[in-house]
Write a protein that binds this ligand. Sequence first.
Ligand code: PGA
Length: 260
Amino acid sequence: MEIIIRPDSQQASMIAAGIVARTVREKPHAVLGLATGNTPLQLYRNLVRMHRDEGLDFAGMTSFNLDEYVGIPPAHPSSFHSYMWAHLFSHINLPKERINIPDGLTTDVPAACRKYEQAIRSAGGIDVQVLGIGSNGHIGFNEPSSSLSSRTRIKTLTEESRLDVAAAFGGEEGVPTHVLTMGLGTIMDARKCLLLAFGKKKARAVARTVEGPVTAMVPGSVLQLHPRTILVLDKDAASELEMADYYAWVHEHKPDWQKY
Ligand code: PGA
């Protein structure tokens, strides 16, 4: 794992945007794996700015989002569809027909999940997968106890995860109980994983992900088995890492060509 620690989320998000932009520049038909939540907002703002000011070109890209709520129409203001259009898709030139988000309204969940996996394979696999992490260690909506080799499927949210998003649904009762999410096996197939985490609230999950044992109880820890995972953290999210000084030293002493 490559662990990059920056003083704040703004600087960390600049690094993350640079990593995604590099894939976009180097591979004109790249496949991007995208995440929602508060964490990637500044990353997306940077990508929008790079598109506007530097001509970063998404015309050949394909995207797959990690997850979507079950039973929530795409137009619902708190759907992940709405989030993605508000924060990224409306502002860049990624073709609409190559944007993929799980269908939370499907009437045949197993078929829709199989189709999603097939679509990722047909697109050539994900080049870079953006990830946040839940305070309980989930990535995507793979809650603790998720199989480390799981594929896209329906999951039941934990109470903690439902509470985290309660405000967006007018209180906990309004939060959907189920989601469709890429599995941990699906995420592990990405060529590169880019996990962002900011704030003290994530410090324990980050420490368990990086320095704890690989366990289904901390789904993010499966990334220890991924050969190309980069974590971009702010200082607070890194505050419980025992070897933080070492990671910083490693980063400072890398030859430039080896970075990211
Ligand atoms: P957040 O969510 O970015 O809103 O903190 C991350 C997650 O739950 O995966």
